[in-house]
Design a protein around this ligand. Structure first.
Ligand code: HEC
Ligand code: HEC
Length: 250
């Protein structure tokens, strides 16, 4: 008898936990819908971006080692959705979440910073993979990814499909594995189903290929371009130093 009661309590606990998670996903979906329909103010976006630049770099280029993703050139709708998912804890962004200033952002701030980032020129030398199985990567990409992410990895602003061209290889691999393993709890269900059977070699090949997809030339910055909005910004020299600065800034 006691065992049954225990089991019933346990099942009830699971049901409540699952429905709480669903509610969080609902609330992040609502936030996205609201922010996407606001008229963005790019000047305010530039101000908001000050608090992001410490990690994502003044140019929004992230780091070549893929610890920080490139945000420059990403669709505004995608940036809004990823921020909403992070705040609703559907994404585990271990360093970003404890950053108190994020929780104070209004819907308008989120829309504004997303619009600012979407307009920034992209990194000219993103991190790429080992280059060994590019032909295999191309075949996998065209059969499994092209329909949603586009021929050149350009994504889709209206359907919130991320632009993945020119993104750092290590970041792509990490996100792909997290989506496959359900660690991004508000990921695209169709994508999750599609990629279940990918081996480690497949993942490396397809992401290597993706990291080498080039944005159109006018969207890419010149190699020595520095964001004039952050003229006097101190730039660390290595990813390790960068992370140290990130830890201190918390
Ligand atoms: C303390 C460091 C830190 C700060 C500050 C920070 N981020 Fe991040 N951010 C990260 C890290 C690390 C990741 C990658 C998380 C992962 O691997 O899932 C990330 C991921 C993201 C992503 C997901 C990108 C994608 O392609 O899915 C977006 C969007 C983002 N950050 C936007 C912002 C914005 C906008 C701000 C400022 C309002 C900001 N971040 C501030 C560290 C930071
Ligand atoms: C059915 C459509 C669909 C297919 C097929 C698909 N994706 Fe996606 N993908 C998405 C959507 C939508 C997202 C955004 C999910 C989210 O918001 O968390 C995404 C997210 C991603 C991300 C995370 C990007 C970021 O910046 O956070 C990567 C990497 C990715 N997809 C790679 C791939 C690759 C490689 C393939 C093929 C093997 C693929 N996807 C197939 C729709 C798809």
């Amino acid at each position: 008898m006691f065992r049954y009661a225990l089991r019933a309590t346990f099942l009830l606990f699971i049901a409540v936990a699952v429905s709480a998670a669903d509610q969080e996903i609902d609330s992040s979906v609502r936030r996205v819908e609201e922010a996407i329909h606001l008229k963005p103010d790019v000047d305010n976006g530039r101000n908001v971006y000050r608090i992001c630049a410490v990690c994502h770099m003044p140019e929004g280029w992230g780091t070549q080692d893929g610890y920080y993703p490139q945000l420059a050139g990403q669709h505004a709708s995608v940036i809004i959705k990823q921020l909403a998912d992070t705040l609703a804890r559907n994404r585990d962004a271990p360093t970003m979440l404890p950053f108190a200033a994020l929780k104070d952002l209004s819907q308008q701030d989120i829309a504004d910073v997303a619009a600012y980032l979407a307009l920034q020129p992209m990194v000219p030398d993103n991190g790429v993979g080992p280059g060994r199985y590019l032909e295999h990567g191309r075949r996998l990409y065209e059969a499994n990814c092209l329909d949603c992410h586009g021929k050149n990895g350009e994504g889709d602003e209206h359907k919130h499909v991320p632009l993945i061209q020119g993104q750092h290889y290590n970041y792509l691999v990490r996100q792909f594995e997290w989506i496959r393993d359900g660690k991004r709890r508000n990921a695209d269900k169709e994508m999750v189903a599609q990629i279940k059977r990918f081996t480690e070699r497949d993942i490396s090949a397809v992401m290597d290929y993706t990291s080498r997809l080039k944005p159109s030339a006018e969207r890419v910055a010149k190699p020595d371009w520095r964001n004039p909005d952050f003229r006097n910004y101190y730039r660390p020299h290595s990813p390790a130093e960068w992370r140290l600065q990130d830890m201190r800034s918390r």
